[in-house]
Design a protein around this ligand. Structure first.
Ligand code: BGP
Length: 467
């Protein structure tokens, strides 16, 4: 791997920080999501209501542990740390004229700690959250004014952290909007037409942020972020092959705009067919064209299978799931594990766009066991990460893919986005915190911590570990 390859780890404000109402922070949409489980759906309440259990409120308490946590990340040898800024720490309600200084200071300290640990921050501007005030008062992304508020927030953080942060991502997994629009917008019960209108505003906001960021610091590298739920046709039946193409088109809808600078012909036909054409203002298309991203960030956890055949057994998964793949094993949460799929994803995305790629999430959610002696023997996680790193190396070294870095998800245990559980752990660092509120909050490096330390120190050469 090239010398400056960014071996790292990833997290997000609402899943790791806690301190949901500290130092002037406002209520974010993520603060209104209740805890769920594999069998119980998370509920999105109308604001923060008494009697509900909201896991983001305490999460892993990175808010009070960031120094220790970043020191540990430095010990692991991380070159970069992907996390997000909580928009509501900076603009609590979303529509203030002036930012909240205490919120800005918190991230000053976080980035300073990163610098001291030799870690490059990679910052998501909006990771599945936004000010709840913007949802209540303005109807979130359905309203064009939200673009203005988002840009005010971006300008504030771009200027403040101009010399501290170089890598930025606009919206986390923006393609989630087509499947769970409430996660990205805080709005429930949207019609399809409204979804595509809100998405148009988000895409414009992203493009405008890219242009503004480059103006503020031409060295900024600003990327998009999509979930990449790679899908295979179930077999060589032509209808299934077509079905696979159509399934993937739902995701390229977003990346085509953010990477190529405009809606595809297919997207326009899709609007026409279903009456979904979003209303646009003169100049919108030019803005989209001007705001192409510098790189493509994506998450990869599993692959899916596309089929037109009814009644097939289905697998769970990030976002969509799909028909069960008989060649793959699945995680405890039913996500099908497919390391070769990562090489396929890298090849496919690079062939399509010829832009640098960045794997900003990948990992295994598992119910880890903290032993009495403070160890966590997560050999299954080592096996998962090792198999995926082997494949990303092949994509780079044999297929010539331009890959900036790799940041395994939930590098420190945090709250699951899908289920709201702490129990679904991804970390290489264990956080002693349980779903019932018990636990000391203490951090324990897992076996995978020491394994990844070796991987990074050898720049990906030494992948041996006990599996
Ligand atoms: C992605 C999100 C993350 C994260 C991850 C794992 O969709 O960007 O926020 O949580 O998936 O998903 P989960 O937490 O549901 O296991």
């Amino acid at each position: 791997m090239k010398e400056n390859f960014l071996w790292g780890g990833a997290a997000a404000a609402n899943q790791i920080e806690g301190g949901w109402d500290m130092d002037g922070k406002g209520v974010s949409t993520a603060d209104c999501l209740t805890r769920g489980s594999l069998t119980k759906k998370r509920e999105y309440t109308d604001g923060v209501l008494p009697g509900y259990d909201y896991p983001s409120h305490e999460a892993s308490d990175f808010y009070h542990h960031y120094e220790e946590d970043i020191r540990l990340l430095g010990e692991m040898g991380l070159k970069c740390f992907r996390t997000s800024i909580a928009w509501t720490r900076i603009f609590p309600e979303g529509d203030e004229e002036e930012p909240n200084e205490a919120g800005l200071e918190f991230y000053d300290k976080v980035f300073e700690a990163c610098k001291n640990a030799g870690i490059e921050p990679v910052i998501t501007l909006s990771h599945f959250e936004m000010p709840y005030g913007l949802v209540k008062k303005y109807n979130s992304w359905l309203n064009r004014r939200t673009i203005e508020f988002f840009i005010r927030y971006c300008e504030t953080v771009f200027r403040r952290y101009r010399d501290k942060v170089k890598y930025w991502l606009t919206f986390n997994e923006i393609n989630f909007m087509s499947f769970h629009p409430e996660i990205g917008s805080g709005l429930r019960g949207l019609t399809q037409k409204e979804v595509y209108q809100a998405v148009h505003h988000m895409l414009l906001a992203s493009a405008r942020a890219v242009c503004l960021g480059h103006e503020i610091n031409p060295d900024f590298r600003i990327g998009m972020m999509m979930a990449y739920p790679l899908s295979y046709p179930e077999n060589c039946r032509p209808e299934n092959v077509l079905c696979q193409i159509q399934d993937m088109d739902r995701h390229y809808y977003y990346s085509d705009v953010q990477v190529r600078g405009g809606y595809s012909a297919k997207a326009r036909k899709f609007w026409e067919r279903y009456g979904l054409t979003p209303s646009m203002e003169p100049g919108d298309e030019e803005e989209l064209r001007a705001g192409c991203v510098d790189f493509i960030g994506f998450s990869y956890y599993q692959s899916n299978v596309s089929s037109v055949e009814k009644g097939k057994e289905r697998a769970a998964g990030n976002m969509t799931g799909g028909v069960k793949n008989p060649y793959l094993k699945a995680s405890q949460w039913g996500w099908q594990i497919d390391p070769v799929g990562l090489r396929i994803a890298l090849n496919t995305l690079y062939d399509r766009y010829q832009k640098p790629l960045f794997i900003v999430e990948n990992g295994l959610g598992a119910a880890d066991q903290l032993e009495k002696d403070g160890h966590v023997h997560d050999t299954y996680r080592i096996a998962y990460l090792k198999a995926h790193i082997e494949q990303l190396k092949l994509a780079v070294e044999e297929d010539g893919v331009d890959l900036i870095g790799y940041t395994p998800w939930g590098i420190i245990d945090l709250v699951s986005a899908g289920t709201g559980e702490m129990k679904k752990r991804y970390g290489l660092i264990y956080v002693d915190k349980n779903d019932d509120g018990t636990g000391t909050g203490k951090r324990y490096p897992k076996d995978s911590f020491y394994w990844y330390q070796k991987v990074i120190a050898s720049n990906g050469e030494d992948l041996d570990g006990q599996e």
